[in-house]
Design a binder for this molecule. Structure first.
Ligand code: AMP
Length: 399
């Protein structure tokens, strides 16, 4: 089976053609600068065949045409015709309270995604545009929407309710939603498998640390989300590359009053200029921060210390919320590759029964257990694979 996985942003569109059973990717790439000058990249057979070639892409429709043209091209295509593409799976950011799982795209599904635009104003319109461009290019082909928020809909009310007047929940659906749900769901399945608990997951407590440019933690019991650090939007939780994470709302009033910022300027500061970039003034990239800290940059060191501290604190909070923890997982660019970072986060959590094994921890991007044999909590590295999850959901719903 061949599933085309699409992740459409406002000016970009990432794609992968994937076998949902094996996870094998036959082709992938990205369309960038859609609506500007259009750049197309296509990789197949492990090689870059088209590298940021300028192709006119006034809209997402031309981007999809370029993708399909490359996939079926007699020269470097990977399928003989579009008939060999069985279905299309779309990453959609916000499913609001409408979606607890993935759904086959129809008019009702599109209307519900549209209804969630106020909750995901930057992403949901782009996700819809990607869906509509595929409908136009491949009429009748089954399409599936997979939501970043859906996995978190099992959270109990005390975890998702904000302590603000309840009418904002009732009238406006203001609550914690959480993101990275497709990644957390993938990790949940893999962690249970590695624990030998796929058949009987009841009561198994896992904390997943998805640490990348955007970061979130998720607490799961029996494979289901019971809490997560992101909120109504992806700004909440631990500090990230450029996002502030949890802050006191008073800061917003204080800075807006003092500097005369409007709310757009303020949100731009909190989304784009904060996090480890904001503290360090150096970079949002952890490799740059590590290099700067090693060279004596004290603000870079503080940014790293703050990040590790907040991740550790969230792990402790979730262990308390779940009455203990059986496994802690690291994923995302930092979680999968940051050997020293993992060690620094776990330092101080020995009281929970977490013992990291330095030799086993000396690993990047590989699925493995990095705790000592006698550690009562299993510590794991699991490279995430959101695309595979999207392809599997798509295949199941398109059948
Ligand atoms: P992501 O958003 O998941 O792609 O993750 C991006 C982050 O992963 C960036 O901050 C990178 O610096 C970080 N990262 C990637 N490779 C490494 C590495 N070898 N060591 C530490 N951090 C890394």
């Amino acid at each position: 089976m061949n599933i085309l996985v699409i992740n459409a942003g406002s000016s970009s569109l990432k794609y992968q053609l994937m076998d949902p059973d094996t996870g094998a990717v036959s082709a992938k790439g990205i369309c960038e600068r859609i609506g500007i000058d259009g750049k197309f990249t296509y990789k197949a057979g492990g090689k870059t065949i088209i590298d940021a070639q300028e192709i006119p892409m006034p809209t997402h429709s031309e981007a999809i045409e370029a993708v399909l043209g490359a996939l079926v091209s007699p020269e470097h295509g990977v399928v003989a015709s579009m008939d060999e593409i069985d279905a299309v799976g779309h990453r959609v950011l916000h499913g609001g309270m409408e979606f607890t799982e993935s759904c086959l795209v129809d008019e009702a599904c599109k209307a519900a995604i549209r209804k969630c635009i106020p909750l995901g104003p930057l992403h949901n319109p782009a996700n819809l545009t990607g869906i509509e461009a595929c409908e136009k290019a491949m009429p009748g082909k089954p399409q599936v929407a997979v939501f970043d928020t859906a996995f978190h809909m099992t959270m109990p009310a005390e975890a998702y309710t904000y302590a603000i007047p309840y009418e904002y929940y009732e009238k406006d659906e203001v609550r914690r939603y959480g993101f990275h749900g497709t990644s957390h769901r993938y990790i949940s399945g893999r962690a249970l498998d590695m624990l030998g608990k796929t058949e009987n997951p009841e009561g198994v407590r896992v904390i997943n640390c998805h640490l990348g440019n955007g970061s979130s933690l998720c607490a799961m019991v029996g494979g289901k989300c019971v809490d997560t650090t992101m909120g109504l939007g992806p700004l909440a939780g631990i500090p990230m590359g450029t996002r502030c994470g949890d802050i006191d709302g008073t800061i917003i009033e204080f800075l807006m009053d003092k500097y005369g910022y409007d709310i757009k300027q303020m949100m731009n500061i909190l989304n784009k200029k904060s996090g480890v970039l904001g503290i360090s003034g150096v970079s949002s990239d952890f490799r740059d921060l590590e290099a700067a800290a090693e060279n004596g940059n004290t603000r870079a060191k503080l940014a790293l210390d703050k990040f590790f501290y907040e991740v550790r604190k969230s792990i402790g909070a979730y262990a308390a919320a779940m009455g203990g923890v059986d496994a802690i997982v690291f994923t995302g660019g930092i979680g999968e590759n940051g050997i020293a970072n993992r060690k620094r986060i776990m330092k101080g959590l020995e009281y929970l029964g977490c013992q990291i094994d330095d030799e086993k921890n000396n690993v990047r991007g590989k699925e493995t257990i990095i705790s000592t044999d006698d550690s009562s909590v299993k510590i794991m590295v699991i490279p995430t694979n959101e695309e595979l999850m999207i392809a599997k959901d798509t295949a199941a719903l398109a059948k």
